[in-house]
Design a protein around this ligand. Structure first.
Ligand code: TXA
Ligand code: MG
Length: 355
């Protein structure tokens, strides 16, 4: 059975005993889900191969996808990475964004952590999460903790403890429930190569923020693999999807907001006529434009941070209601909008309709 602890992030640590059981479970080589400022993570001792194996089997995660290592303090770095691998640029990023949603990929030290964590790579992704519950648990466990998002592989990441239960109850050692996470999408994963910065995964720290921390650096953003879709319903997308609802989904976007709304409403009408249950993912200011079995206002275009916060819970709701055909509106790809559109694309198998 999966143990369950409810913890108040505002008072965690003040009574000493809290999280001792969860930390003991981690030290015993078991798995524990815990909140971070981005999404819930599924943690295990990064130095213990059988503990790390439990993460992969609970999630059904392919073993070639490396895990992020979470630490409480930059002092733990030297046990994990090659000596002298932290450059002044790395240091600047750590000062600017740790604790916070930035994962930095560095050369891994041999013999430090289990090779399963890095999927056999010579590098390891590391971050210090900015969440009082995560930090207290990491301090109590006093170990580097490998933690992917605490969802079943392929499903939307969990932003509530109930999402973790939905996917992993009975398959993991424990769940620390610290309420809703903050940012709502995962950390930004970056690597510095030959003095240039590569964003491997956009996330909670934006490209704009990275640029202002390192004004002179050249930033490379990940390629977009769009599959342009026309009017045909149920067009094939990329085989590899992630965060995806069980129903069919594509993204609809364009500069003319009215034309986008009209296209979506026609598309949804056609799905209804085929006998499918229908869903639309849109924003607060546009929800009145639409009619479907389930219309979700996911945050507001005026406040993209809210869209990020609500995105994964919204994607899960389509499944909870068994929706078969979904049209999702795109948002502008600036700031956190890059991470939002990156996740939406993956959820939609990269199918994009340009109106
Ligand atoms: O916000 C987050 O990062 C959350 C919370 C729990 O911290 N964790 C998370 O982990 O999103 P996960 O496993 O779902 O995603 C880890 C990402 C993957 O895209 C993986 O490929 C990349 O980080 N990654 C990890 N180690 C890497 C490495 N050595 N080189 C390149 N990419 C790496
Ligand atoms: Mg994940």
């Amino acid at each position: 059975v999966t143990k369950y602890w409810k913890v108040d992030p505002d008072t965690v640590g003040s009574r000493g005993e809290e999280l001792s059981d969860a930390a003991a479970l981690l030290r015993d080589g078991d798995t524990v889900a815990f909140p971070t400022e981005t999404v819930y993570g599924l943690g295990a001792d990064a130095t213990n191969t059988s503990a790390v194996e439990r993460i992969f089997s609970a999630k059904g995660r392919p073993s070639d996808n490396p895990l992020i290592v979470h630490i409480a303090d930059a002092g733990q770095l030297s046990a994990l990475i090659e000596p002298d691998s932290v450059t002044p640029d790395h240091r600047r990023l750590m000062e600017a964004f740790w604790p916070g949603p930035l994962t930095i990929v560095l050369p891994v030290k041999t013999g430090g952590i289990s090779p399963l964590v890095t999927a056999g790579l010579k590098t390891v992704g590391i971050r210090i999460p900015d969440h009082p519950v995560a930090l207290e648990l990491l301090r109590k466990a006093a170990l580097p903790i490998a933690a992917p998002s605490a969802n079943s592989s392929g499903r939307p990441s969990p932003t509530l403890a109930s999402h973790v239960e939905e996917d992993l109850d009975g398959r993991i050692g424990g769940i620390v429930d610290g309420g809703g996470t903050g940012v709502g999408v995962e950390s930004t994963v970056i690597q510095l190569v030959d003095g240039e910065l590569y964003i491997l995964r956009p996330g909670g720290v934006t490209a704009e923020q990275l640029q202002s921390a390192l004004p002179a650096i050249r930033i490379h953003e990940p390629e977009r693999e769009d599959v342009q879709v026309s009017e045909t319903p149920r067009a094939p997308g990329m085989k590899y999807t992630h965060y995806a609802p069980k129903g069919y989904m594509h993204i609809v976007y364009g500069d003319n907001a009215e034309a986008v709304a009209a296209w979506i409403q026609r598309d949804i009408q056609a799905a209804k006529e085929r006998g499918e249950s229908t869903g639309i993912l849109t924003f607060e200011e546009r929800v009145f434009l639409f009619e479907a079995d389930l219309v979700i206002a996911c945050g507001s275009l005026a406040e993209p941070e809210k869209i990020a916060q609500e995105l994964y819970a919204a994607l899960r709701r389509f499944d909870q209601q068994g929706i078969e055909y979904i049209a999702a509106e795109g948002c502008p790809e600036t700031g956190i909008g890059q991470a939002i559109m990156n996740r939406l694309r993956k959820a939609a198998g990269h199918r994009l309709v340009r109106v």
